[in-house]
Design a protein around this ligand. Sequence first.
Ligand SMILES: [Zn+2]
Length: 62
Amino acid sequence: MADDDRPTVRLVAHCRRCHGWLLSPRSVAEGIGPTCAMRERAEQRAGSEQTLTLFDISERAA
Ligand SMILES: [Zn+2]
């Protein structure tokens, strides 16, 4: 009953958003890649503050 805290299943994971391989332990723990995590956060913000969109966040040069 004193099993390891970390299930070995967690060593292999796909991004829940783009289904790509998660390489870093942190990404595996979060279940999402760093890029997708950023986008997801931005989308959640865009949902609450509807004035801000992904396009506003990206560069609007020229
Ligand atoms: Zn991803």
